[in-house]
Design a protein around this ligand. Structure first.
Ligand code: NDP
Ligand SMILES: O=C(O)C1=N[C@H](C(=O)O)C[C@H](O)C1
Length: 251
């Protein structure tokens, strides 16, 4: 009996913290074959030998990489942050020219982090106050994290759908930044600390009670089951998908 052909994988940002971990995970994964490691000065056309490319580069490069991958007919699993509604809409338009190609943009591939976001969105309508704290290693280039932005957006959507307004906040005087950034009306606070990897807390408050939902990635291997699941799933899912939760059959 013939074995199924393996899925050929290219990694963009292969020399980076995440890229190195993804290369190791792909090389160890049954049914996957690492066919290209691309970095800063390499032409994205080098990914043409792959079925799926995984992008963990930098916010300033990722959108151009994805456009190039779509043009090559290569599915793209994207973990790089920095995406907004406009850049996602541009990719969706590009995908219209390649109807069999899939792109997944996911701010976090750790299964626990995805569940934390989903749980927070479910809980958000039942609490007066919700704020998000993200905590990361100090080499991270962007703030707030893509995960915190995605979480805040999901919380805000759930509260809007439930007809809720902003949380209570009488603070009228503060130093710039003391109340964090505001994403879709939700306050988001960013900590950068040596020793950390990637962590998030969603704080939900009511009179007399608090619910804290916390996720910790202690090691970048935490992101690998989600990345490998996406690599295996995306070839059957054309178009743009935002968020790994959409590939997890969470009901
Ligand atoms: N979705 C998720 O689960 C996760 C997402 N991330 C996100 O992934 C991204 C990468 O994080 P991390 O690995 O820590 O960052 P690193 O800085 O360690 O790695 C980025 C890599 O990309 C390379 N690079 C820069 N520009 C390009 C380009 N145009 N084409 C190809 N490669 C390029 C860099 O090369 P050089 O150094 O030579 O410039 C470097 O090797 C960040 O946006 C981060 O927030 C991180 C962890 C999990
Ligand atoms: O830069 C990182 O490290 C991480 N980036 C992603 C983000 O910004 O949400 C995912 C994870 O938090 C690690």
């Amino acid at each position: 009996m013939n074995a199924l052909p393996s899925i050929k994988v290219a990694v963009l940002g292969a020399g980076g913290r995440m890229g190195r971990t993804v290369c190791d995970a792909v090389e160890a994964a049954p049914g996957l074959e690492l066919v290209a490691r691309l970095d800063h000065d390499d032409d994205v056309a080098g990914a043409a030998v792959a079925d799926v490319a995984v992008d963990f580069t930098v916010p300033s490069a990722t959108e151009a990489n994805v456009h190039a991958l779509v043009d090559l007919g290569v599915h793209a699993v994207v973990g790089t942050t920095g995406w907004d509604a406009d850049s996602l809409a541009r990719v969706e338009r590009r995908l219209a020219t390649q109807p069999t190609v899939g792109v997944l943009v996911a701010p976090n591939f750790a299964l626990g982090a995805v569940l934390a976001m989903v749980f927070a969105a479910k809980a958000a309508r039942w609490f007066e106050s919700v704020e998000v704290v993200e905590l990361h290693h100090p080499d991270k280039v962007d703030a707030p994290s893509g995960t915190a932005r995605h979480t805040a957006a999901a919380v805000a959507r759930a509260r809007r759908d439930a007809g809720l307004g902003p949380g209570p906040d009488a603070t009228a005087q503060s130093l710039d930044g003391a109340r964090g950034a505001v994403v879709d009306g939700v306050h988001v606070h960013a900590v950068r600390l040596r020793g950390l990897v990637a962590h998030e807390e969603i704080l939900l408050g009511n009179p007399g009670e608090q619910l804290t939902i916390r996720h910790d990635s202690f090691d970048r291997v935490s992101f690998m089951p989600g990345v490998l699941h996406a690599v295996r799933t995306l070839p059957g899912r054309p178009g743009l998908t935002v968020g790994l939760e959409n590939l997890l059959d969470l009901g």
